[in-house]
Write a protein that binds this ligand. Structure first.
Ligand SMILES: Cc1cc2nc3c(=O)[nH]c(=O)nc-3n(C[C@H](O)[C@H](O)[C@H](O)COP(=O)(O)OP(=O)(O)OC[C@H]3O[C@@H](n4cnc5c(N)ncnc54)[C@H](O)[C@@H]3O)c2cc1C
Length: 292
């Protein structure tokens, strides 16, 4: 019996994934599952584990490239309310793993809670953003994380405290299958002061990204003390293009996908840039973009 037979209300067989990614690229999922409750999610995971079906979590698809071929196994999206809630308790805010980062930031600002506002403009879900430890020089999301509730391989709900977690540049050691929710510890401040910092951060971030009508993704992590964009510029790679994929004129650490771009085009661009930067600067860039 397939997953679609066992969970017919929440499972779609051979479901297109491209519409759920920022680049609008990629093959279909063998099974797309959108559970309505934590228990339902748990049942899906257990079934997949018993039958050896691989499970992947899809957040907002902002740090993800899905290959052109079909994706085997189950792809899970956390879109129902038990996964997208936002809750305040004093200076602490808990957000479901499927909540949008922007909604979380707006909620914190409205409540006069500072700490997340400099992340404004970074798109993604809370789960994807904490897993990828989003941020920049002005701060990282991990600085405000107090605990993360995960679902383990064995189907247990577990809380991992901040001191049990390791965050580095744009990555974490959160390797459990699902980030269910995240508790943030924030600072009580006047909403006007938090809003002012948010507006400043928004202007700075927009200036450093591809134009808003372009679909672009970040490619590489910044090596210690350097930026990937500067190294790519030094290697004179700014005109690199494969099919519909080319480097952004605004920030060369982004690939922009023009209509008709394939995942293969993006992967070729990534590999070409990495090789040339290595040859011309001696620095080996590490890919930040997750690839399925
Ligand atoms: C234009 C643009 C600008 C950006 N600017 C920045 C920036 O300034 N700083 C920065 O750090 N990043 C930036 N990013 C990267 C991106 O926004 C973040 O990495 C994003 O937060 C990823 O979240 P997501 O929900 O889209 O995750 P996805 O891309 O969907 O997934 C990323 C990874 O997280 C996993 N995942 C997702 N949800 C869960 C979950 N609930 N449980 C377990 N695993 C999960 C996925 O399986 C995948 O491995 C930018 C991206 C774009 C497109």
């Amino acid at each position: 019996m397939s997953l679609a037979d066992q969970f017919p209300d929440i499972t779609t067989h051979s479901a297109p994934l491209a519409p759920f990614t920022h680049l609008k690229i990629g093959g279909p999922a063998e099974f797309l599952v959108q559970p309505r409750t934590v228990d339902e999610l748990n049942a899906v995971l257990k079934t997949c584990q018993r039958s050896g079906v691989k499970v992947r979590m899809l957040g907002g698809g902002y740090n993800l490239l899905i290959r052109d071929e079909p994706v085997g196994g189950a792809v899970v999206r956390l879109t129902a309310e038990p996964f997208t809630f936002l809750k305040r308790d004093g200076n602490r805010v808990t957000a479901g793993g499927g909540a949008q980062l922007f909604d979380l930031i707006a909620f914190a600002v409205r409540n006069g809670l500072g700490g997340l506002e400099t992340l404004v403009g970074i798109r993604g879900t809370v789960g994807g953003s904490v897993r990828c430890n989003v941020g920049d020089r002005s701060g990282e999301i991990s600085q405000t994380v107090r605990s993360v509730t995960v679902l383990t391989d064995a189907g247990r709900v577990q809380v991992r405290g901040r001191d049990e977690l390791t965050f580095t540049e744009h990555q974490s050691d959160l390797d459990e299958p699902v980030i269910l929710s995240v508790e943030f510890e924030l600072e009580a401040e006047s909403p006007a002061a938090v809003l002012k910092r948010m507006k400043k951060a928004w202007i700075q971030r927009k200036a450093a990204e591809p134009l808003s009508f372009q679909a672009g993704v970040r490619l590489f992590r910044n090596p210690p003390g350097q930026t990937a964009a500067t190294l790519i510029d030094r290697a004179q790679m700014t005109k690199a293009r494969f099919g519909g994929a080319e480097l952004s004129e605004r920030n060369s650490n982004y690939a922009v996908a023009h209509p008709g771009t394939t995942a293969h085009d993006v992967l070729q661009l990534v590999e070409h840039v990495r090789q040339k930067v290595q040859e011309r600067t001696g620095v080996s860039l590490e890919r930040e973009l997750h690839v399925w």
